[in-house]
Every structure is written in C-alpha cells, then in structure tokens.
Design a protein around this ligand. Structure first.
Ligand code: MLT
Ligand code: MN
Ligand code: ZN
Length: 309
C-alpha cells in the first residue's frame, strides 16, 4: 500500500494568506528550517494506479500537479483520472472544499459519515458534482467499507470510527452543548489493504485521546495524527486568535493530556503528525519543540512524503 501526504498543513496552510506570525514570516522569507505546507489531505493506493483521497483540501489542484501518480496516465482516454474515490473525516472547509476541484464531469465516489453528507447536501454548490457521476456513500461506524469508484475496486476498505472532536466551524450552534457537535462529526479512518490485511490510521482532527481511541491504536503499524498545535494556548499567546486548542477541537502535542503523552504507552510503530497549524513551533526544524517530538518518536509530516506499508 502506498500512502502520500498531499498536504501536511492545517486549515489556512503554511504560510496562511493573511498571517504575519513569526512562522509564516519565516517560511515566506525561505528561512532555513521552514518548509511550506498545503492543507490537510492524504492519497492512498493499493495498486499504484488507482487512488483514494482522504479529505479533499482547497489546495487539491496544486497537490495533484505535484504528484505524477495522480495525473492521467499515458494511453488513458482524453478525460481520465487515477483518483477514484474521496473519503472524508469531517465537514471542515479544509477537508471538503477540494471536492470542487474535482468537477469537470469525472466519475468517482465520495464516502463520509451521514452528518458530513448532510452538510454537503445542504450546500448546493456541491451539486456541481452530478449525482449520477459522483455517488455519495455513507460510512457506517465501525464497519469495514470496501472502496470502489468509477467502476474500479480499489483493493482497500475503510473502517470509520468517531473520535472526540467538534462540528465544523461554519455549523457551530453557539447555544448548544459543545456547539451542536454529535457523534460522526469527526471521524478517524482505518484504511485496510484487502490483499494483505495491512492497515493504518488517519486521524487529522481529534480533541482527546480517550480510552476507546487508545485501545484501538495500541500496536498499530502506522498512524497519521492531529498535529495542529504544540501548546493549548499558542494561538492566543501569539495574538492570532482567541481560541485554545480544545475550543477548536484539537488535542495538543505537549502536556499531560497531549498526543505525545497519550501515544507513549501505545506501541505504535510509526507515528506521523499531519494537519499542523502555522502557529506550531515544530514547523521550525531547528526548534526545541521539533527536537522534543522527535525524541518522543514522532515524525513531522511534510507535503510529498510517501510511506509504503
Ligand atoms: C479545524 O481544523 O479546526 C478547521 O479546519 C478550522 C476551520 O474550518 O477553519
Ligand atoms: Mn482543519
Ligand atoms: Zn502564521
């Protein structure tokens, strides 16, 4: 199974268009140790020819352009794409807006939880993906769903499961508990290769490593995990936004309840941070925070990085 990080950044990317924080200034200036990042997405293939995207970011056009395997192959018909399916972990803008890049009457399948399918259905702009060409399939929790698209069996299935999180920002209800969030608003995905049974986890948004998630991940071969913030208060401290990590539905890397501590006893063979916000000090390859996550056995995901499982 081949896995490519299309985008390792969080919503906004790195640098973010309107951000003048120290990290964004440094990456714009091409300072040593800083690498630009597009928004949050992976691509996965069992056969190297047919691919599923895990989330579709607003940067999808440039992500496809940077990945030769995602271009039409020589000898393909005049309109063709190796992208046969898209599976979504939530309804956030950074994870669904890229569906609009996949218009132009190309068949593929969309997979998402009912709550996310409802959010798409409520936005008429997505009808540009005609229903007869782009079927929308519900992911049922804890069931392995075989992925097919455009008449092709991808040789992969996904098992979706709810993780602690938050409803998409544009759907928040200020008067409801946890802003109207319910189960299915934030998913983790386990992607399983049919032929070998090998699997990995993709969890780009997660508010807490609870016992259920810890049990699921224990002993995993590979996990791509929410690396939004290093510290709970880093966005407030940098004057960027008055929200903590918890308020945004993202667990932090550091601290007692953070992902480094949460994963420490889980015996995960390879763990890679993705969905890294531009405020995160690990984006500086020479920072003490980068050294700390590496010492804890983590890799910091980068655009174009590929893993074979
Ligand atoms: C998030 O990951 O918290 C969202 O992408 C925020 C947003 O929609 O801007
Ligand atoms: Mn996001
Ligand atoms: Zn910034």
């Amino acid at each position: 199974m081949r896995i490519r990080i299309l985008g390792s950044g969080a919503g906004g990317g790195f640098p973010q268009w309107n951000c003048n924080c120290a990290n964004c200034r440094a990456v714009r200036a091409r300072a040593p140790g800083f690498t630009p990042r597009t928004q949050s997405s992976l691509a996965v293939s069992a056969d190297g020819a047919n691919w599923v995207l895990l989330n579709a970011s607003p940067d999808l056009r440039e992500q496809i352009a940077a990945a030769p395997a995602l271009a039409p192959a020589e000898g393909d018909p005049v309109r063709a794409s190796p992208i046969k399916a898209v599976a979504l972990t939530n309804g956030d803008v950074d994870h669904v807006a890229g569906l609009l890049n996949l218009r132009e009457a190309q068949p593929f399948s969309v997979y998402a939880a009912d709550r996310v399918l409802q959010a798409l259905a409520a936005n008429p702009i997505f009808t540009i993906l005609q229903a007869q060409l782009v079927p929308r399939n519900e992911l049922h929790m804890d069931e392995a769903t075989p992925l097919t698209g455009a008449g092709v069996d991808l040789g992969l299935s996904v098992r979706a499961f709810p993780v602690p999180g938050k409803i998409a920002l544009y759907l928040e209800d200020q008067n409801a508990p946890n802003f109207g969030t319910s189960a299915g608003d934030t998913l983790g995905l386990e992607v399983i290769e049919t032929k070998t049974g090998k699997s990995f986890f993709y969890i780009p948004g997660c508010a807490k490593i609870d016992a259920s998630l810890a049990n699921r991940l224990r002993g995993a071969a590979l996990v791509f995990f929410d690396g939004t913030l290093f510290h709970e208060n880093e966005m407030i401290e940098q004057g960027l936004m008055g929200k903590t990590g918890s308020r945004m539905g993202h667990v932090n890397m550091s601290g007692e309840d953070g992902s480094m501590a949460g994963f420490a006893p889980l015996d995960v063979a390879r763990k890679i941070y993705v969905h890294i916000n531009n405020s995160n000090p690990v984006l500086d390859a020479n920072s003490t925070q980068r050294a700390a996550v590496q010492a804890a056995g983590w890799e910091v995901g980068a655009d174009g990085m590929e893993v074979t499982l």
